[in-house]
Design a protein around this ligand. Structure first.
Ligand code: KIV
Length: 285
């Protein structure tokens, strides 16, 4: 099934407004040290349409496990989930580079296993890149993928797929040894060919050092303004959850807005004031 066009047969689908060439991997690389790179997560076609004009990159993050599926962590997320949501986001965007997360268990076993999973993601979604978590240990895999036509975004610092090893989601790099390790991880991932790196949940000094030390763009999440760009989980910054991590700024209060709208709808259904004449089909007189 082709995933590259939007089905305009239903009145809800908005066709691509202006066919444009998407941002490419080299264009993102050129942004190192320049204008900050704007990245947000997207999991659905409609959200992708709304975010796309504002972002250089859209990330189909495995955070969809918690945000969309109500799972306790990203560990149970499957390749099938990532492919389905990745294809929807590609269909809903036309400008941003779309990257899809490789889920836990789909790449760590061997570089060959990673290639099989990443190529499936790229074929089934039409995305331009994959993201995978891990530093020095994943460098040979990143090297294998990038030499076989698969652009890779690295992810170091707090790596949520390793929550069972880390014991939680606290910020990383509080000790000198941990800080040294994060820098070594970022260097290894960059040397292996990653075209940019997400650095999550680290002290500002580490983010600053990493951004200075590696030649590819560093995209921070909970990693200070010292990075080359920023990414957030969209549902967090839109205020769809009551509780969010400290590093999230809420730009809207959508949970309250939805609650109010749905409350009004429920009241009107119960009082029979919805639907009105305006929303009712009747034979023409
Ligand atoms: O899964 C995700 O959404 C991510 C971002 C938080 C970077 O990896």
């Amino acid at each position: 099934m082709s995933t590259y066009t939007i089905d305009t047969a239903t009145s809800r689908a908005t066709p691509t407004p202006a066919p444009m060439r998407r941002l490419t991997v080299p264009k993102i690389q050129e942004m190192k040290g320049g204008e900050p790179i704007v990245m947000l997560t997207a999991y659905t076609m409609r959200m992708a349409q709304l975010l796309d004009p504002h972002c250089e990159m859209l990330l189909v993050g495995d955070s969809l496990g918690q945000v969309i599926y109500g799972l306790p962590s990203t560990v149970p997320v499957t390749l099938e989930m990532m492919c389905n949501h990745g294809a929807a986001v590609v269909r809903g965007s036309w400008h941003a580079l779309v990257a899809v997360d490789m889920p836990f268990g789909s790449y760590e076993g061997s570089p060959e296993k990673a290639f099989e999973s990443a190529s499936r993601i790229m074929k089934e979604t039409g995305c331009a890149a994959v993201k995978l978590e891990g530093g020095e240990a994943m460098a040979p895999t990143i090297d294998f993928l990038t030499h076989r036509g698969i652009p890779v975004i690295g992810h170091v610092g707090l790596t949520p797929q390793a929550v069972n090893v880390l014991g939680g989601y606290g910020a990383r790099g509080k000790s000198a040894d941990e800080a040294k390790k994060i820098l070594a991880d970022a260097r290894a991932v960059s040397n292996a060919g990653a075209f940019c790196i997400v650095v999550e949940g680290v002290m500002e000094q580490i983010a600053e050092k990493v951004t200075e030390a590696v030649p590819v763009p560093i995209i921070g999440i909970g990693a200070s303004p010292k990075c080359d760009g920023q990414v957030l989980v969209t549902e967090d910054m839109l205020g769809l959850f009551e509780r969010t991590p400290r590093f999230v700024k809420r730009y809207a209060d959508m949970a309250s807005e939805i609650g109010e709208a749905v409350g009004r709808y429920a009241d009107e259904v119960r009082s029979r004031s919805f639907p009105t004449d305006e929303q009712t089909y009747r034979p023409k007189a």
